[in-house]
Ligand binder design. Sequence first.
Ligand SMILES: [Zn+2]
Length: 174
Amino acid sequence: MGRVGLQNVMFASKLGFNLDIPEVAAFRKKVGTFVVLAKIAEIVEDGPWWYSACMCGRGVQAESGIYFCQFYNIHVTNVTLRFRVKVLVEDSTSVSIFFLFDREASYLLNKTCAQLFEQHLKDVDVVFGTQSPPIFQEIIGKIILFKVLSRPVGMEKFKGTYPVRCVCDDAAIV
Ligand SMILES: [Zn+2]
């Protein structure tokens, strides 16, 4: 799949989607992104649903218990847990895979990553990311207006996965 095969916003208009309201105009503005109306069909469980982030927002990995930030080029201790949830989305014509990052995932789940982590501290599969928390099932079936980067994430492992930059599930718009 080259460009994402989902319906674009023009098609969404045929579904009665109002493109003239200011919220939507603002939503569409940024270059390098596209907007799709699609349903979350499933959670893709092929890696952790969270990552450790430095204050600069970049992911950091522990080496011998120490985190190193490549952006600041220093060891960092102030690390937070953030969402990175891979979801399969579909509309009537096709499917694609999107990444929901921290802002969007915590908005849709109404929880922070740290809160979920705390809830499942005793559940090894969830903590180590081989299984997603049960609450993730609640977003399956939701129809969302996604703003997505038009270029997939570069890492080979996630080839073809498009990072979500904004979500909208406002009943007045969707
Ligand atoms: Zn950093």
